[in-house]
Design a protein around this ligand. Structure first.
Ligand SMILES: C=C(O[C@@H]1C=C(C(=O)O)C=C[C@H]1O)C(=O)O
Length: 402
């Protein structure tokens, strides 16, 4: 999916000058929309500056931030391209969270898996264990997004920067919630269970059970909020090389949508069940922070919310690898573990979930990137660590490296 010249220029401008922006495509649409907004006086970029205006939002898995970060729809690509303020350059990257240099070790995953299994065997329930793959790429986030977005149009696809989150991109098949003020309808889905796209026949008990836990939880939460719930027939939902079990769920009633999003997220599809217990276990056994992975991401347009679970995503920052300029990306994936789960199969599932995005990072024949032992603390330097001054030409350092 080639971005227009105007949008490409605006994205590069925003990455260079650290202007909060989003480029996104709605499910079923081939068109990318770009919007940007300047941060407030404290370099914060809240998504919801009022109750109505159009905006993009991205929140954290922990869901415990004082406000949701995002981009209010203030500037178009044209306005960004005409924006020249030599005093504007926030150097936000240096202070914010950054991707990890090394991937999750197989041994760490083994330890985490072994730590949660006894309680699942004893009490039942589910924990979604995730891991990350750290990759270096010579491609820019814009190029990655163009290639990744082109692979399917059935997902919500986005590339964004906010000071709170850094640069993220993703292509997510999972609706957290879509609301329609005109009809009063709220649509969501229970999406869980994973197998290769070419596998047919009945789904196994393990996947069916994992997904049923999610359906029950979502329906319970919606009914608790006073909504009338309609559960639609179980279907399959395809995502590139894999597919999931999916139960679409409709709800109706009077409710605050932001409150409902917070109540639903994170669902047992990305956390587990019982939910609070699973979240506690994730915090204890995973060796990385999830940041925005597993949180929710989406847009509010004309007062209607379109929120998606932030999956099949990457967190990126500009770096050099042994002197070569590029970007470091953390690709996240998890899978639901229940008492019957097999460790090797679950590890492979996280491999499948990151395979397509990883191949975009690495390029054909792997020539565009690196993964694995060559990425070390000494070989990777974050551009934000470079001193801001010292350039002979007096220009601010371009921390995006483009
Ligand atoms: C956790 C992820 O996906 C979720 C977990 C699934 C599973 O356990 O089978 C399937 C779809 C998603 O709800 C992920 O993609 O990282």
């Amino acid at each position: 999916m080639k971005f227009s010249a105007q949008i490409s220029q605006a994205i590069d401008h925003c990455l260079t000058d650290e202007i909060p922006f989003v480029a996104f495509a709605m499910p079923g649409e081939a068109e990318v929309c770009f919007r940007a907004s300047l941060p407030d006086g404290q370099f914060r970029s809240p998504a919801f500056r009022d109750k109505e205006s159009d905006s993009f939002f991205i929140n954290f898995f922990d869901n415990d931030e004082p406000y949701t970060a995002g981009v209010s729809f203030d500037m178009t690509e044209e306005e960004v391209n005409n924006f020249h303020d030599p005093t504007y350059h926030a150097r936000i990257f240096g202070d914010s969270i950054r991707p990890r240099v090394s991937s999750t070790f197989r041994a760490s995953y083994h330890e985490a898996f072994s730590a949660v299994k006894p309680r699942l065997k004893k009490d039942g329930g589910k924990v979604v264990l995730s891991r990350l793959r750290s990759l270096f790429t010579k491609k820019t986030p814009r190029l990655i997004a163009e290639e990744y977005f082109a692979l399917t149009d059935s997902t919500f696809r986005y590339l964004c920067f906010t000071p709170e989150t850094g640069v993220w991109l993703g292509s997510t098949p999972e609706v957290l919630l879509e609301s329609d003020r005109a009809t009063g309808l709220i649509r969501t889905m229970s999406l869980a269970g994973t197998r290769p796209v070419d596998e047919s026949g009945d789904w196994d008990e393990k996947n069916i059970r994992e997904q049923a836990i999610v359906t029950d939880y979502i329906c319970h939460t919606l009914r608790n909020a006073g909504l009338e719930v309609e559960i639609r027939p179980l279907t399959e939902r395809r995502f590139l090389n894999i597919k999931h079990l999916c139960t679409p769920i409709d709800a109706r009633g009077d409710v605050s949508i932001p409150e409902l999003m917070s109540a639903l997220s994170p669902t047992p599809a990305v956390a587990g069940y019982p939910r609070e217990r699973a979240i506690g276990e994730i915090g204890r056994v995973e060796t990385h922070r999830r940041h925005c992975y597993g949180g929710y991401v989406g847009v509010r347009i004309g007062g209607d919310y379109h929120a998606f679970v932030n999956l099949r995503c990457a967190f990126m920052a500009p770096v050099t690898l042994s002197g070569t300029k590029g970007w470091l990306g953390n690709l996240y994936a998890g899978g639901g573990i229940i008492a019957a789960s097999q460790e090797d199969a679950e590890w492979l599932e996280t491999e499948s979930k990151t395979r397509v995005l990883a191949s975009v990072f690495l390029g054909e024949n792997g020539h565009e990137g690196e993964e694995g032992s060559r990425l070390t603390r000494s070989s990777v330097s974050f551009l934000s660590d470079l001193p801001p001054s010292g350039h002979d030409d007096g220009q601010p350092v371009n921390s995006a490296g483009i």
